[in-house]
Write a protein that binds this ligand. Sequence first.
Ligand SMILES: N[C@@H](CCC(=O)N[C@@H](CS)C(=O)NCC(=O)O)C(=O)O
Length: 220
Amino acid sequence: MGKITLYGIDGSPPVRSVLLTLKALNLPFEYKVVNLLAGEHMTPEFLKMNPLHTVPTLDDNGFYIGDSHAINAYLVSKYGKTDILYPQELQYRAIVDQRLFYNASVALPSLRAILKQVLFLNELNIPKEKIDALAEVYTTLELYLKDQTYVAGNMQTIADFHFISVITTATVFLEVDRSTYPKLAAWLERAKSLPYYEEANGKGVAGIIGLIKSKDPKIV
Ligand SMILES: N[C@@H](CCC(=O)N[C@@H](CS)C(=O)NCC(=O)O)C(=O)O
C-alpha cells in the first residue's frame, strides 16, 4: 500500500467526513493542515493537486483527488475490506449516491453559506432564511431516518459520515430539537458513540463552534 496524505483543516465539515472514513477503514495516513484563512490553498503547489483549491484533497501515492464525496467513495472502493460503507449492489449504491448528491448540492451548501458569511466575511447578522434552509435539511434527514437506522438503510455508510460532519456543525446555528426531529436526534447520539468519533469529528466541531460563538452571531 502506498502513502495516503489528506490535506485539510479540522473545522471543515467535508474534511471531517473523510477523517471519519479513514478511521472507519482503519487506514494509516498523514494529515497535512491547510490554513485557508492564510491562503495556503491558493499556492501553486496546492493548485497543482486541486485546481478548485478546496479541502479535503487526497494524495494517494501520487494520485490526487478533491471533493469529499468522490474521496470517500474512492477510499472505500479501493481499501474497504467489505463494501458496507459504500455498497456495490446497484440499487443500494444508487440510494447512497442520492444521499451523497443531496449533501453535496443542498445540505453542505446551506451550511457553507452561513459559515462563509460568519467566518470569512465577518457578517454576523444571519438572515432567518438561511436558518430555515438548515431546518429543511433536518426535515429531509428526519424523513430518511423514519423507518431505518441510518440515512441510506440499516447499515452505516459514507452518506452518514457526510451528514454527521454537517449536522454536528450546524447545531451551533440550529439545535436538533428532540421533539421536532426525534429520529435525527437519536441518529446523532449513535454517531457520537463511534469509537473514533471524537478524534475524527468531535474535536474539529468543538473548535469551529468555539470560534463561531466567540463572534456572537445573531439571527435576524
Ligand atoms: N464539495 C466539496 C466542498 C469543499 C469545500 O468547499 N471546502 C471548503 C472548506 S469547508 C474550501 O476548501 N474552501 C476554500 C475555497 O473554496 O477556496 C467537498 O465536498 O469536498
